[in-house]
Every structure is written in structure tokens, then in C-alpha cells.
Design a protein around this ligand. Structure first.
Ligand code: IMP
Length: 206
């Protein structure tokens, strides 16, 4: 890459929170992260048919790289609850079925764990990220955030299952009660993006 030339990466998401996290974690010299909307294009509707977060992240990144002819970055994430054999897992966004919302997903999760004591409510957020470059090279990484599912929701920050998730790294508070900076420092996505940055730098692609 010659001096002054930006390396443009299309991000396979329209979630502004995620985009801010990506820009802050992957502060690589000369890299520029854009969305389909930034380029005046439609977002792609990529079916998440993978059995794992890593497969889905790669599916999305490959589809975006091919459609846009640019390096593409995708993330796939969700919640794994041990008492539910890892559910909702890759189905986290659609856990409560057709027309799922965060509120309905959270209610279904609380109902599924009714009567279970705190010690039996262990869970983790997991995030997989994948970067596919125009030459087909793939760099991938994962991150997790361990914790428990609370007995009731608390806090208004974040999104998804944050009001129910008590991270082990922030005793006594849910993820929704942390500032964005506190969440980024301990979150699954923050960890995955930092690992991706390291892998890119180690491979001389950063
Ligand atoms: P996706 O990776 O955007 O498909 O997200 C999958 C789903 O996992 C989201 O809709 C949320 O329900 C859940 N999820 C992923 N990351 C987080 C998080 O940081 N906090 C809360 N919920 C999350």
C-alpha cells in the first residue's frame, strides 16, 4: 500500500455500536471501515446457515468481499447458556421466534431458567470475527465473555441480552449497567477484535 492510500474495508453490519467498536479496536494505520450505506449501496441479506459463529462470520465476510470487491469484515455473536445446553447460541437474535425482539428474547430466557439458583445460571457471550481480503486470504478470531444470567433485568445500556448478563469481570453489575468503554474492555467482541488485530499484524497484513 503506498503512502496516503487508504485500505478500505466493508463492514458486514449496519449496527452503529458494532462499527464504533470495530473502528476503535482495529485502529490500524491507513485502514478505513465503511458500510454499504456509506457507499450508497444496499446491505446484503446473507442467510446465516452456519452451525457455529465462526462459520456464519465467514459466510457474511465472503459474501460482502465478493459483492463489493473490497476486503470485508464480519462478526457473528450470541449467548450460550450452560443449563440450556448452549442455547440460544447461533439462534440468539431469533430465540423467541418470528418477529423476535430483545424484550421477548429476554423474557423467554428468564422463563426457561425459572427456579434455577444463581450458581446454575452460568453463561457466556461468544463473538467470531472474520476478515476476507480481495485475494481470498482469511484472518479469523474469537472472543468470549464469561458470566451468569441474573434473576431479573437491570440497566439500560447496551443491547440484546445485556440487561440479564452479569459478567464475571464486573461483579454485581449487568452488562447493561456498564459504560461503553467498560463493556468494550471485557466484552467478547472487544476480545475477538483485539485478537484479529494481533493476527493481522503478525501476518504482516496490518
Ligand atoms: P449478531 O451477531 O448481530 O447476529 O447478534 C446476535 C444476537 O446475539 C444479538 O441479537 C443479541 O441478542 C446477542 N448478542 C450478541 N452480542 C451481544 C452483546 O454484546 N450484548 C447482548 N446481546 C448480544
Amino acid at each position: 500500500m503506498s503512502a496516503g492510500e487508504a485500505r478500505r474495508v466493508i463492514v458486514a453490519s449496519t449496527n452503529h455500536g458494532k462499527l464504533a467498536e470495530i473502528r476503535s479496536a482495529l485502529d490500524l494505520d491507513g485502514w478505513e471501515f465503511v458500510t454499504a450505506t456509506d457507499l450508497g449501496r444496499e446491505t446484503l441479506d446473507v442467510e446465516e446457515t452456519g452451525a457455529t459463529f465462526a462459520e456464519n462470520a465467514l459466510l457474511k465476510a465472503r459474501a460482502y468481499a465478493e459483492a463489493f470487491g473490497l476486503a470485508a469484515l464480519a462478526d457473528d455473536s450470541g449467548l450460550e447458556v450452560d443449563a440450556l445446553a448452549g442455547a440460544p447460541g447461533v439462534r440468539s437474535a431469533r430465540y423467541s421466534g418470528e418477529g423476535a425482539t430483545d424484550a421477548r428474547n429476554n423474557k423467554k430466557l428468564l422463563d426457561a431458567l425459572t427456579g434455577l439458583p444463581e450458581a446454575a445460571r452460568s453463561a457466556r457471550f461468544r463473538s467470531a470475527v472474520a476478515l476476507v481480503e480481495p485475494d481470498g486470504a482469511v484472518t479469523a478470531a474469537e472472543g468470549t465473555c464469561e458470566g451468569r444470567i441474573g434473576l431479573r433485568p437491570a440497566g439500560t445500556g447496551g443491547f440484546g441480552y445485556d440487561p440479564l448478563f452479569l459478567p464475571a469481570a464486573a461483579p454485581g453489575r449487568t452488562m447493561a449497567e456498564l459504560s461503553l468503554a467498560e463493556k468494550n474492555a471485557i466484552s467478547h467482541r472487544g476480545e475477538a477484535l483485539r485478537a484479529l488485530r494481533q493476527a493481522l499484524t503478525a501476518a504482516g497484513r496490518g
